[in-house]
Design a protein around this ligand. Structure first.
Ligand code: SAM
Length: 456
């Protein structure tokens, strides 16, 4: 190759040999790396260079010269455009192998582990129709039609959808029909560039076991004439819909939900069964999107921990208590730490509802509450957001020295970073790493890592 070819707009031939941690295919061109979305190892492709750096480039797929044996026809008609799924074109078994490799590679490269004990990916029932939650941005077409869907890959261009194959199929009718109701009511649609208009997002949630649904409109300041009447109409039309809420988000932000949620019809939560307990789930608090796989991972955690009833356990980043409460049934005392006060309120109610009284929940950031715990736990469970744990959380753990740590993570790069810090002085050994497929058809992987304090 000559240097003249390595520039934006050039079309080159690339054979894809790997997948990146963001889900793009990876190929090589004269010792340089090329990242190509919508490809899979084994594809021979023509690609157009888009962002070019001296050692690597991002490229767009132009033509598949020879398809990989791992390539399949996507179940979704907008899979090539929609930013929701990256891997609809990859056969499911290969997705699982790729996710296991992603975890191994991150632990080796970022964590510095040699031969980390990474188990095969845990799977549940189905790789489609699994999501219990959807939050669709709302927009308006050039001809004035209300639209709802997902953003196009790498942009805020809306792809209008009437159904989505990874969602629980019981939510699909609401997507198409609520859009029409918004159109008929003539409510204004939020324009993010001008920060004007009302409706920003449509949120739908379903209890997979109970079928109960919640509908939430995220609005700029809540002024929707006739919303109460419309909400009553929705309750009558959808017998499984139990609550309709307005969430107010007045900020110029990419965050979907604002801090204020008001139930305007029905009840402010749905009921769901999880791990043999009954949970109340609100529209705006965290609940894993794949209920069945989350339960399967909890079972692995329970069997690895094998709690005997005398342990003190801290569940840091506990949300509404989804992991806290089942584990509390097997421990002496459990302390849940969570920053979102609405989640803690719900966690307390969930504990009462299930007659569990050996749990206390504290509102506050883990980085503040863990160092001031006032008790030495035997076990600490961590389940932080994607950015992982703050440095002082790791420091507190190294001071507290619980005999076991379970670290549940939705981003393997930050997991690997934090595990390195926990293990680098020899205080902890990594005994098992269990990936789980919480997000089929995407490049995301959930992982639980188990650490034991060294005997010395
Ligand atoms: C990945 S969710 C896990 C929730 C829960 N373990 C579950 O499985 O449902 C992370 C939770 O951490 C909370 N969170 C985020 N940052 C936090 C912080 N600095 N301190 C405490 N909680 C935090 C979020 O509100 C969210 O409920």
């Amino acid at each position: 190759m000559t240097n003249t070819v390595w520039r934006q707009g050039e079309v080159i031939e690339v054979e894809i040999s790997d997948l990146s941690d963001t889900g793009d295919g990876v190929g090589r061109f004269d010792q340089r790396v090329v990242f190509v979305p919508d490809t899979v190892p084994g594809d021979r492709t023509l690609v157009k260079l888009v962002h070019v750096k001296p050692k690597y480039a991002h490229a767009a797929l132009k033509q598949i010269l020879q398809p990989s044996p791992q390539r399949i026809r996507p179940s979704c008609i907008v899979a090539d455009k929609c930013g929701g799924c990256q891997w609809q074109h990859i056969n499911y078994d290969y997705q699982l192998t790729a996710k296991q490799n992603q975890v191994i590679q991150a632990l080796e490269r970022i964590g510095g582990f040699v031969n980390p004990p990474v188990y095969p990916v845990l799977v549940a029932d189905s790789s489609l129709g699994y999501r219990n939650k959807a939050t669709y941005p709302i927009g308006i077409s050039a001809t004035g039609q209300v639209q709802a869907g997902y953003y196009q890959k790498g942009s805020h261009q809306l792809i209008n959808l009437n159904q989505c194959p990874v969602q629980d199929q019981r939510l699909n009718p609401l997507l198409s029909e609520v859009k029409q109701d918004i159109q008929k009511r003539g409510w204004s649609i939020y324009d993010e560039k001008r920060h004007q208009g009302q409706i920003r997002h449509l949120g739908l949630r379903i209890g997979r076991r109970t079928g109960e649904m919640l509908l939430t409109l995220v609005v700029k300041d809540g002024n929707l004439p006739g919303i109460e009447t419309q909400a009553q109409e929705w309750l009558q039309r959808y017998p499984l819909l139990v609550g309709i809420s307005l969430n107010r988000n007045s900020d110029r932000t990419n965050a979907i939900f604002g801090n204020e949620t008001r139930c305007i019809a029905g009840i402010p939560y749905l009921r769901e069964k999880f791990a043999g307990l009954e949970f109340q789930v609100r529209p705006d608090t965290f609940f894993q999107v794949y209920t069945e796989t989350a339960e399967a991972l909890l079972q692995v955690i329970q069997s690895e921990l094998n709690l005997q009833g005398h342990e003190v356990l801290v569940d840091a980043y506990c949300g509404i208590g989804t992991l806290t409460l089942p584990l509390a049934k097997q421990a002496r005392q459990v302390i849940g730490l969570e920053v979102q006060s609405a989640a803690v309120e719900q966690a307390i109610l969930n504990a009462q509802q299930n007659g569990i009284n050996n749990v206390i929940f504290q509102v506050g950031a883990v980085e503040k509450s863990l160092p001031n715990l006032g008790i030495i736990p035997n076990v600490v469970l961590l389940d932080p957001p994607r950015k992982g744990c703050e440095a002082n959380v790791i420091k507190s753990l190294l001071n507290l020295k619980p005999s076991r740590i379970v670290y549940v993570s939705c981003k393997v790069a930050t997991l690997a970073r934090d595990l390195k810090l926990l293990c680098e002085h020899g205080l902890y050994n990594l005994t098992r790493v269990q990936p789980a497929d919480f997000f089929p058809q995407t490049a995301h992987v959930e992982t639980a890592a188990f650490l034991e304090r060294s005997p010395s």
